[in-house]
Design a protein around this ligand. Sequence first.
Ligand code: ZN
Length: 241
Amino acid sequence: MSKINLLQEIIDTSNNIVFFGGAGVSTESGIPDFRSENGIFESLRKYGDTPENLVSHSYYLDHTEEFFNYYKDNLVFDEAMPNPAHTALAKLEKAGKLRAVITQNIDGLHQKAGSKNVMELHGSIHRNYCQICGKQYGLNHILESDGIPRCECGGVVKPDVVLYEEPLNNTIMNFSIDYISRAETLIIGGTSLVVYPAAGLINYFNGKNLVLINKSETPYDNLASLVINDAIGEVFSQIKI
Ligand code: ZN
């Protein structure tokens, strides 16, 4: 049986699927991974610093304007559209087979594709709030502002995105652990599973089918029921839901 047929069979026979996705899910929608080798190279060339420093809490505090310049150039891709992976996952949720999407991406593409129950571990570019009065703003307010986005009260409007040095949202983390620990099938895609929290979350799974879909190998390949080394959108475009 081909790997795609095996994935089809796992999906057809599972009624409690959870999906966990990393940056690779978004790259097929034209969103480059700012932490990739090329992303690091470009950030050093243009900004003289690494992505990890530029998207850190201390950099946001000390160099707020430069932070927003880098952020708008490298983390916000407003025109991006969902790819076949996003679409398939939304369909699986609608069909009552998929319980949750857990994502490390901040682009909101799962919701754009129609997914409802999305655990955004690193927040979302679409939610922004004033650091003084708490007023909420959409993405347009950030994109339309020159330099530092400001609230009408004068406060800085900060994206609801988890920066380096900032903790993950505990509630979202706990929900994610709960979904994974009760899942029958866990499909992990577009992540090499070497970075926290991805590497930690996988340990909570004790269901039947662990499926890993990633372009390159991961340290968990030997634990998986099925490993597909391919682009995730390509893979899901061949699955019938
Ligand atoms: Zn305000």
